[in-house]
Structures are given as C-alpha cells and as structure tokens.
Ligand binder design. Structure first.
Ligand SMILES: [Fe+2]
Length: 406
C-alpha cells in the first residue's frame, strides 16, 4: 500500500506547545456543560496549521465540486487545498478521476481554473503530455537521454481515490482511507426526498483571499445560535429555537441539523419565501425546514424546499481561505420561464447572509490573534459546534498517536 508523502522540511513531530493545545482541545470537547471551544492557536498558529494539514486534509475526504461541472471527456476543474493542487477530470471512458496536476519533469502545474483540456494535459513548459488516465504519452527530445518507452513506463500523474456522494465529487489523498459513504448513512437518509444527485449546478462563484481560518467558515454554517442575533429579523422565519440537533457518533462523517420554519416553503431572502418551485417530492415536514450540514473538512451546505446551496472551503494558510460557492436546483425548476430572474433574486438573498457571516468571521479571526483570548463556553444551541470539534479531535488525536508511535 502506498503511503502519504509529506515534506521532510515541514515539522510534523509534536512539540510541547502542540501537545498542550491538543490536550486543551481534548479536555474541552467532551460535553456542552463542562466543555469549552477551541483554543486560539487552532485558528492562528502556523505550527498547528501544519499539523492540521497532515492530520485532517491529507487523510479526510475532500469535496472538489459536482459531477455535472465536468460532463464531457476532458472537462476539468482545478481546486487547490493549501499547497496541494488537485484536478478532477472526466476521462475518455466517462469516469471521473482526480490527479495532482503537476508535471513529472520539472513540477510545472498542468492546468489552471476550469474548462476542457481536450484529450490530453499538455505541460506548457516543455510540452510533456499526459492522457486523461494520467499516463505520460509524449515528452519531446527526451529519447536521447531516456528511451521514451522507459520514461512512459515510469511516469504518470499522482492519482487519488474518488468517491461520488449525491453528485458531489470527493477525493482522499490517503490511499488507505476507508470509504466516505458508509459514514454518511444518517444524512443520506435525511436527504433522500431531495434527489440531490439529479440536481443541476449553477455556475460556481469563487471568492478568493478571505482573511480567516477554514474552521470558522464551517462553524458558521452549522451553528444556529448566532442566527437570532447576527442575522436577526432576516433569519426569524427559521429561528434557532426551531432547531433539533442530531446525535453525533464517532463513526459519523457529517455534522448536520434541521431547523424548522414558522411557515412552509420559506427561503433565505428578504421575502422569507421560496422564490423557485418547491421540490415536488418533499414531505410536509421538509417543506417547513432547512437542513444545515457539513461534511468536514471542506463541504458545507444548506438544503431548502427549493434547492441547495453549498460552499467548498479551500484553506490557503492559517488565516486564509478561498471559497467556491454553488447553487443546485431540480432540472425542471431551471426550465421555469423566468428562472434566470428568480435565481438572481434568490442568489442576492443568500449574499446578504454571506456578507453578515463574513464580517463576523473576519472579526473572530482578528480576536483569536489576541494572547488574552481563552476558550469560551457553549450555549445549548451550539451542540453541532461541539460535534464538529469532536469530529476534529478524533482525527487530531489519531494523527498525534501515529507521530508518537513513529
Ligand atoms: Fe450565519
């Protein structure tokens, strides 16, 4: 079995400081009443961030986007997780593959953004060329030093595990990682009536260089306590007091909760009404709730009676992320005669919430830089936050044990 490569320069051994932070996290996430949230180092410290990249991002299922973003062979989307560029691509057999798109010759990155690469990835530096299966197919002027057949036999793009869940494409940089889907069985059952796998993706919006750590972005999506205050009257139709938390168990790969509506068919815009057609297969309860979910570490979404909005959280340093934000609707909704207008209004509605969350998240990041910041207490309305920290803690502790055992 292949193992995960890591930098020999980056410090991955546990320092005394890191041990103290891990102990504080472990002590704080046992229960709501006796617990406290994460220490500031988890949001700001470069050493903790380096540890976390290995403990979480190199070993967890990472979402790269939707299958329908790459419908044709050669279609690709490049998504970077900190230092790791990744590309999801549709191969000539119609299968989705995920590669590290880095040329085996001198390390040039093979593609930028998204689009179609045709039948090949061609490195712009020296024209080394790779098929959609990742194998080297051409390398000009190399035959004089290394026979091309030998070079081809030894050269291919690093290829990673792929799993599709409800139309979302996931990868895992750990070749030994167990599958994701069995860990999502509760969430999968809760979402069955929405038929997310058949929904159509709207164009993805990229927001780059957000000045905060990756965790507060997920925290915001699953913590309903703030909705009554930060979002105030805009969120009142989906009041925090209508939230019911779902028990979290160690094997769970998702943290989620439904929040009820005071009226059915509500939507996150200033009218508090869904603007697009209601998903016809929903039951009465589902027309009166939103399900906020996270599949850590990098997918968050909300499912409402008219569709789904999601965000991919892409870390770019201890205090920086990039975001890819998408909206999904049933195909028949997209054929509504004034869909483009309604979609625009629905999207503008969500932007109001996003902007409120962004300003508070940036402020939390700023506050966590202070040496005087101490871990805080939980409200009972933050149970899903505790669950997220338990998800993290399991992985932090497991990776720390592997370092100690090494
Ligand atoms: Fe929020």
């Amino acid at each position: 079995m292949k193992s995960i490569p890591h930098s020999v320069i980056r410090t991955v051994a546990l320092s005394e400081g890191l041990r103290r932070v891990l102990k504080t996290i472990d002590d704080g996430c046992s229960d709501l009443a006796g617990g406290f949230n994460l220490p500031r180092e988890c949001y700001t410290d470069p050493e903790f961030y380096a540890f976390e990249q290995e403990a979480i991002f190199m070993r967890s299922w990472l979402c790269l986007g939707r299958v329908d973003e790459i419908p044709e062979p050669g279609d690709f989307v490049r998504v970077d997780m900190d230092d790791e560029p990744l590309v999801m691509v549709r191969d000539s057999e119609g299968e989705i593959r995920v590669f590290t798109p880095v040329c085996a010759h001198r390390g040039h990155v093979l593609c930028e953004g998204s689009g179609s690469t045709g039948r090949l990835f061609r490195c712009p530096f020296h024209a080394w060329t790779y098929g959609l299966d990742g194998h080297l197919v051409a390398a000009p002027s190399m035959n004089e030093t290394v026979p091309l057949a030998d070079l081809k036999a030894e050269t291919s793009l690093p290829s990673h595990q792929v799993e599709i869940w409800n139309g979302f494409v996931f990868t895992n940089l750990d070749p030994a990682a167990p599958p994701l889907t069995p860990t999502l069985h509760k969430l999968t059952a809760a979402l069955e009536n929405y038929h997310i796998e058949d929904m159509v993706s709207m164009p993805v919006a990229e927001i780059r260089d957000c000045e905060w750590n990756w965790k507060p972005q997920l925290e915001n999506g699953i913590e309903p306590y703030h909705s009554a205050y930060l979002h105030g009257v805009l969120h009142d139709f989906a009041h925090v007091r209508l939230t019911s938390f779902v028990p979290f168990e160690e094997a769970d790969g998702a943290v989620y909760h439904p929040t009820g509506f005071y009226h059915e068919n509500a939507g996150f815009n200033p009218t508090a009404q869904a603007l697009l057609p209601i998903i016809p297969t929903l039951n009465e309860e589902q027309r009166k709730e939103v399900i906020f979910a996270s599949i850590p570490p990098n997918l968050g979404f909300g499912v409402v009676p008219e569709g789904l909005f999601y965000y991919l959280v892409l870390p770019a340093g201890p205090g920086k992320i990039n975001l890819r934000i998408g909206h999904l609707y049933p195909e028949e909704s997209t054929q509504h005669p004034v869909f483009e207008h309604l979609y625009k209004i629905a999207q503008d509605g969500l932007v109001i919430f996003h902007n409120q969350d962004a300003s508070s998240t940036a402020s939390v990041q700023r506050g966590n830089k202070s040496r005087f910041r101490q871990p805080g207490r939980y409200s009972f309305q933050e149970e899903s936050l505790l669950q997220f920290y338990q998800w993290l803690n399991i992985r932090y502790q497991a990776y720390a044990r592997t370092l100690d055992d090494a």
